[in-house]
Design a protein around this ligand. Structure first.
Ligand code: PRP
Ligand code: ADE
Length: 171
């Protein structure tokens, strides 16, 4: 399936100069959404995974169905102040801003093999911060999966050593 055809590009959102890749048009097409998750599952064959970790909010839309399809647990990474139990936090920056991400302290058993999932890899700031949280809790990162990769922002370089899978690339 041509997933790029299902993604809408909105110029100058949320600020001038950003070409926003809107996945809501893919998500509303049930067959396309299912095919996208299935294709990630296919690409992950042979990778041992105990847990999927996904950052708020769009990482939930990719990470949770992926975890369900793989038959493993899902751990949400949330923006600061949203998780109810004890957390660890890390500050990060992205293509259009800065924030802090948090994870429950007891979310990962040390040694668990962790796949990180999100809708889109841009500068890699979000995933680096997520990776940092996973490592702080003793998780073993085994890869990162995305619907979209903005290759021109070189997020891969920031995630050196991590196996990266994406369905659609923008050069
Ligand atoms: O590679 P980066 O430069 O970090 O950018 C990618 C991140 O930006 C978007 O999330 P955003 O922070 O806009 O939050 P949202 O998912 O809540 O919309 C996107 O869903 C990724 O998580
Ligand atoms: N260009 C972009 N489109 C959609 N989400 C993003 N997150 C960071 N950069 C983005």
């Amino acid at each position: 399936m041509d997933f790029k055809e299902k993604i809408r590009v909105i110029p100058d959102f949320p600020q001038p100069g950003i070409r926003f890749k809107d996945i809501t048009t893919l998500l509303m097409d049930g067959k396309a959404y299912q095919a996208a998750i299935n294709e990630l599952v296919e690409k992950l064959k042979g990778t041992e995974i105990d847990l999927v970790v996904g950052p708020e909010a769009r990482g939930f839309v990719v990470g949770a169905p992926l975890a369900y399809a793989l038959g493993v647990g899902f751990v949400p990474v949330r923006k600061s102040g949203k998780l109810p139990a004890e957390t660890i936090e890390v500050k990060y920056s992205l293509e259009y801003g800065k924030d802090a991400l948090a994870m429950h302290k007891d979310a990962i058993v040390p040694g668990q093999k962790v796949l990180i999932a999100d809708d889109l890899l841009a500068t890699g700031g979000t995933i680096s911060a997520t990776l940092d949280l996973v490592k702080q809790l003793g998780g073993e990162p085994v890869g990162a999966s995305f619907f979209i990769e903005l290759s021109y922002l070189n997020g891969r370089q920031k995630l050196e050593g991590l196996d990266i899978i994406s369905l659609v690339q923008y050069e």
